[in-house]
Write a protein that binds this ligand. Structure first.
Ligand SMILES: [Zn+2]
Length: 215
């Protein structure tokens, strides 16, 4: 084995651990029921993508279950099948250089807006910072293809999150931690938006402040 391959394997071990811990966190705070959803991150050094496997409970997942793929989807390492939505993640890594982590989750209030096909207003300042605007809705389509990823990226523009109609959401970050944070902030604004609408029309954060926000 070449020295660089040995080094890549060592780097990947730490990143696999990061992915498994991230998946446990997302499941632990109720953002993905059962084996729904999927997470991935990109190794900035090798460019390889680490993906959660298909249909495995998050509380049983270990670093051995992580699937390593190249950008074309070829499995480089791992004994399991990659998530069936891995092509969507790969489309994002291919087209967005800023993406180092991705979460596809199924939070309930975000899904509420997903079934209404209604964009989520970034009512909380943290959502606006993370997403960079309103969370758009990707029209319903089967989500297993690269083309779904390309179509989704067009809907997203430069934003870091998107609701999938009738099927959860996807968030992008410059680390997996940021993608998880973004997922939480989308769900918080979805909850706020839903609750606020029971009382009236919520106030949006004025546009003149959008470039000045710090969380
Ligand atoms: Zn899904």
């Amino acid at each position: 084995m070449s020295e660089s391959l040995v080094r890549t394997r060592q780097d990947l071990r730490a990143l696999k651990q990061e992915l498994v811990e991230g998946a446990a966190l997302v499941a632990g705070i109720g953002l993905v029921p059962l084996t729904q959803g999927n997470l991935s991150l990109r190794d900035p050094k090798s460019g390889l993508i680490l993906m959660t496997p298909h249909d495995l409970a998050y509380d049983q997942m270990t670093t051995d279950d992580v699937v390593v793929q190249d950008l074309d989807g070829k499995v480089i390492e791992g004994r399991r099948e990659p998530s069936h939505e891995s092509q969507v993640h790969l489309a994002v890594y291919e087209q967005r250089e800023d993406a180092l982590g991705i979460v596809h989750a199924e939070p309930i209030y975000t899904n509420l807006f997903g079934v209404l096909h209604k964009p989520i207003a970034p009512l909380h300042v943290g959502t606006l910072i993370d997403v960079r605007g309103e969370v758009p809705v990707m029209p319903f389509a089967p989500s297993g293809s690269r083309q779904f990823g390309y179509d989704m990226l067009e809907v997203m523009g430069d934003r870091n999150a998107v609701v999938w109609a009738n099927h959860g959401m996807l968030a992008i970050g410059d680390s997996l931690g940021k993608a998880i944070h973004c997922t939480v902030m989308v769900e918080i604004s979805a909850q706020l938006y839903h609750m606020a609408l029971q009382h009236g029309e919520p106030h949006q954060i004025p546009e003149r402040y959008h470039g000045m926000l710090v969380g």
